[in-house]
Design a protein around this ligand. Structure first.
Ligand code: SF4
Length: 498
């Protein structure tokens, strides 16, 4: 039972106990959930409930017994120790990799839209905040990986997966073989994949463009880039070293050759994090967003110490850094996301319908981009897929064929206000380049705002606007510009009744 993040869903818990009649229950715990465990009511003898934790000194309610996971030991030693505590006989079987191992995990894979293909174990990057760092790397045979892809595509009907092994770029031979084999196998099902790369590993590649192109040709659509930070002191603490001057141009090359999504991973809030180091990171992010026209995305995570309890991520951090409080760190995270959102809004507002549709397709493959979450999941395309559930093939022609955007109705979430005779709408200054909080409306804007409350299709609205003395194209341009600006501020979506 792992109730760390979501709390305990009592109905499921009781149902599982009833259905499986277990001999024991192990509850994974740390100091963030121990209080809810105390209040736990389960139809089960409390003596047979064990609290399993990596925190040796965690105070555990006396009715329960504690099982300590000693992280200086391996899995095997810990499992042996748990089995001994529970007085259970067991035979420790070494797990052998098999491309069809998903067979035994059928229930699990049903819940995963984008399964992880684990191509091996270990990582030699040595990040100072990571439990896996500096463990021996052992990669599976490329042909087995290809068989696994084949199995997932043909038997499990998956169309997207993530190759799970950090720092794969340090294994160029493996990467090249993987690309060659994917192309040789000529899979019938279209699929996309994503992987994690470390920026310093590009530096050993002579012709990066050739390699990136090779990856893009095998439908690598998303790259998670472990930048982690840009302040040299902090990078030194993380034991990471890369050439910052070439980072942006490498990212641009990836985007230019068609890798759709480059997600920059940051880790903030380590003990030496300061206002200066955060400013450096924010300045770098601004430059990156400007030079890539907002095409990158960010994943900002909080630093975890070696106890691996991410206090700040859960909002219960007890420790500030040496220079900043936890609230300051949280605000810096918000600032980074506001920067990102602002650039994304501008970019999405300028996308054509086709470009939006491309992202919808990518999402259907399982690639959840931040563009998707922030902007596109609220558009008409997504509503169509959701509204039609299992039979969306029936409606698919409407998207793939000559779907006419003019049949969609704009729907606004904002009311106008007045300053004397001047009408305006209030907007979030963090989400626009001018940092303004009021968008003043001219007569046409006001007309478009008000008529959008009547659920008319865009085509009809444009006709009505043209009756105010514009030709049709001019009216269309005015409508799209105004509605585009509202959409990019999260104040408008397009709908179409099915
Ligand atoms: S690259 Fe990933 S797995 Fe490897 S040490 Fe760093 S965080 Fe850990």
């Amino acid at each position: 039972m792992d109730g760390r993040d979501k709390g305990f869903e009592m109905k499921t818990l009781h149902g599982t106990i009833e259905e499986r009649s277990p001999d024991f229950i192990l509850v994974k715990a740390d100091e963030t959930n121990i209080k809810s465990i105390e209040r736990l009511t389960i139809p089960f003898s409390k003596e047979k409930v064990y609290i399993m934790t990596t925190q040796k000194d965690l105070p555990v309610p006396p009715v329960y017994r504690k099982v300590w996971i000693d992280e200086s030991q391996g899995h095997r030693e810990n499992i042996e120790s748990i089995m001994n505590t529970l007085a259970l006989d067991f035979e420790f079987k070494t797990w052998e990799y098999n491309p069809k191992y998903w067979e035994s995990d059928d229930e699990f894979i049903k819940t995963k839209k984008a399964p992880f293909i684990n191509i091996g174990n270990g990582c030699d990057r040595g990040c100072g905040f990571c439990e896996i760092s500096n463990t021996p790397v052992k990669l599976n045979d490329v042909h087995s990986v290809i068989d696994e892809i084949d199995y997932l595509l043909s038997q499990k009907k998956r169309t997207f997966f993530h190759i799970q092994n950090h720092n794969i770029f340090n294994r160029l031979l493996f990467l090249e073989q993987l690309c060659n084999e994917i192309q040789k196998r000529r899979f019938n099902t279209p699929f996309a994949w994503s992987c994690y790369l470390a920026p310093e590993s590009f530096e050993s590649v002579e012709n990066k463009e050739v390699l990136f192109r090779k990856l893009a040709n095998t439908n690598l659509k998303q790259v998670f880039l472990g930048v982690e930070h840009v302040n040299q002191d902090i990078l030194n603490q993380y034991h990471i070293d890369f050439d910052k001057s070439s980072l942006i141009s490498n990212i641009k090359t990836m985007l230019d050759i068609g890798i759709e999504s480059v997600v920059i991973n940051y880790i903030i809030g380590s003990p030496r994090e300061s206002a200066e180091s955060m400013s450096e990171l924010i300045d770098f992010s601004k430059q990156l967003l400007e030079e890539t026209r907002g095409a990158v995305e960010f994943n900002v995570n909080y630093y975890t110490d070696k106890s691996h309890v991410n206090y700040l991520q859960k909002g219960v951090c007890n420790n500030d850094t040496d220079f900043l409080t936890k609230y300051q760190i949280m605000n810096y995270k918000k600032e980074l996301y506001s920067l990102l959102l602002k650039e994304m809004n501008t970019r999405v507002a300028n996308w054509s319908t086709e470009e939006r549709y491309n992202h919808v397709v990518i999402n259907e493959l399982g690639l959840k981009t931040q563009y998707w979450f922030y902007n596109l999941s609220r558009t008409a395309f997504y509503k169509m897929y959701r509204a039609t559930k299992h039979n969306h093939a029936k409606y698919q022609f409407q998207i793939e064929g000559a779907d006419n955007f003019l049949n969609y109705s704009p729907y606004v979430f904002v009311l106008f206000e007045c300053e004397g005779n001047q009408k305006y709408i209030s907007i979030d200054p963090r989400l626009n380049h001018q940092h303004i909080s009021k968008l003043y409306l001219n007569e046409d804007d006001f007309f478009l705002l008000e008529i959008a409350k009547r659920f008319l299709p865009l085509g009809e609205i444009v006709k009505l606007l043209s009756e105010r003395g514009y030709d049709y194209d001019e009216a269309l341009k005015k409508a799209l510009t105004f509605y585009g600006s509202l959409e990019s501020l999260g104040l408008l979506v397009y709908y179409k009744a099915l």
